[in-house]
Design a protein around this ligand. Structure first.
Ligand SMILES: Nc1nc2c(ncn2[C@@H]2O[C@H](COP(=O)(O)OP(=O)(O)O)[C@@H](O)[C@H]2O)c(=O)[nH]1
Ligand SMILES: Nc1nc2c(ncn2[C@@H]2O[C@H](COP(=O)(O)OP(=O)(O)O)[C@@H](O)[C@H]2O)c(=O)[nH]1
Lengths: 265, 265
């Protein structure tokens, strides 16, 4: 079982914390500095046990994204990385004696795009980048550090983001509603996009349980409290309900598009 | 009584909210969009009554700062604005028949530089910009939206910022410690730099008082609660203790440097 997730977002927006929180582990990534000359893609592969299934998870981080003073080509290393994985798969697929069954599929199944919680709208870089990525990978945009935004600000912010994405023709991943068993849940989840998430490596005692939380002098944000943020929804949708659909859309849509263009050249 | 304050920081970082909060008024600024092609400086002058003193306050906003994909010249319109105010004063000062007493001094007395609360470090744009500004204006850096950062993260973040400023030779404004009446307070305040602030236009009932606050499902951040953020320190230092010193340093140091270079050309 392979699952490959690409995280795109500015340094310090909470990507590594979110990965730790989603997969309930400490991935021990070294925090990157702000002064890298360009965007680098760093991939780490881990073996996780999710229930009784062994999951080979690859987390790809867009290191240095958004940090440069000139961000004109920030999207390019990301697109190059995604294409390189498609290309590697294509080369294997074209072989006469091929080993697809044992091939370690590194194609990116989803891109978690981290939106800064300004409360206003998307940034120019966000729109440019997502437009370059939307035909190559399933984009799931999330509002990062959602504990920065009050409930009333959040509704306006989510509506603004969705309308900007639509106005700019950016295709984001919608949870599939054709399968009856998940249609209701997925339909409802689609109305909460983009998910406003909070991540935490720390645990705090609430009642008699230890829960993932961020403790402030004025209160404690509980990551898994659905009144506090959409983390549980994201985890449900990403890991429990739609992992298979994310893999399938990657193979039957995004990869096929790449393959057709590549073979037509 | 003139006081001119320049706010520099990305769109959505909380500048207009902070101005409303600091001066206890609703400045009614229209929120700016993220897709302006360049940085524009917008100045608004207001008459405020601070105790029994009439204050002619000018708030200058760096609209569009940090929004462009290419931010190479982001600092330029800001420096041009500051220089233009110095130049206007110089022209008046050089006149034979001059009206300095009734001249509306528009020189920038302080620049509040809003640092994004990433929790990691300063951004490349912050260092470049502050380096361009530090010989022209008193810079008071503040950590914006400090309710995003826990107490333990904040100490590390403040230390990182101060060491980065020092390592890059950026001169920020330190509260003066030569005047005995304010030396102790100012000395102590200098150790809390950069101030981590929270702003709010909303009021919430706490006990039987209405206080400026941001209400979250997990608790309420009280702007004027010194356990919650450094807002009270900022207001004290900026408006109550050091307004005069900020005006004097602007005139006797920053303006003098401008005048000398200008007249030497
Ligand atoms: N307010 C808030 N801070 C967070 C959240 N997640 C992470 N952080 C903090 O943000 C800082 C940067 O997080 P990190 O995961 O290293 O960001 P990355 O550079 O995108 O990987 C750290 O101080 C985290 O503790 C969140 O959901 N809310
Ligand atoms: N978490 C948090 N949000 C804030 C704070 N101050 C302002 N905001 C919110 O951030 C958003 C942008 O604020 P605004 O003052 O318009 O930012 P500006 O573009 O820099 O002038 C609004 O939704 C504000 O309510 C703060 O101290 N903390």
């Amino acid at each position: 079982f392979c699952f490959n997730i690409l995280c795109v977002g500015e340094t310090g927006i909470g990507k590594s914390t979110m990965m730790d929180t989603l997969f309930n582990t400490n991935f021990d990534s070294t925090p990157s500095s702000h002064d890298l000359p360009g965007v680098k893609l760093k991939a780490h592969t881990y073996e996780l046990r999710e229930k009784n299934v062994l999951l080979k998870l690859t987390v790809v981080d867009s290191v240095g994204f958004g940090d440069q003073i000139n961000k004109e080509d920030s999207w390019k290393p990301i697109v190059d990385y995604i294409d390189a994985q498609f290309d590697a798969f294509l080369q294997e697929e074209l072989k006469i004696k091929r080993m697809l069954h044992s091939y370690h599929d590194s194609r990116v199944h989803t891109c978690l795009y981290f939106i800064a919680p300004t409360g206003h709208s998307l940034k120019a870089l966000d729109l440019v980048t997502m437009k370059k990525l939307d035909s190559k990978v399933n984009i799931i945009p999330v509002i990062a550090k959602a504990d920065t935004i009050t409930k009333s600000e959040l509704n306006k912010f989510k509506a603004k983001i969705m309308s900007e994405l639509m106005a700019n023709g950016v295709q984001i991943y919608h949870f599939p509603v054709d399968d009856e068993t998940v249609a209701d849940t997925n339909n409802s989840m689609n109305t909460h996009l983009p998910f406003a998430v909070v991540g935490s490596n720390d645990e705090v005692k609430i009642g008699n349980k230890m829960v993932k939380a961020r403790q402030y002098p004025w209160g404690t944000v509980q990551v898994e409290n659905e009144n506090h943020c959409d983390f549980v929804k994201l985890r449900e949708m990403l890991i429990r309900t739609n992992m298979e659909d994310l893999r399938e859309t990657t193979h039957f849509r995004h990869y096929e598009l790449y393959r057709r263009h590549k073979l037509e050249e």
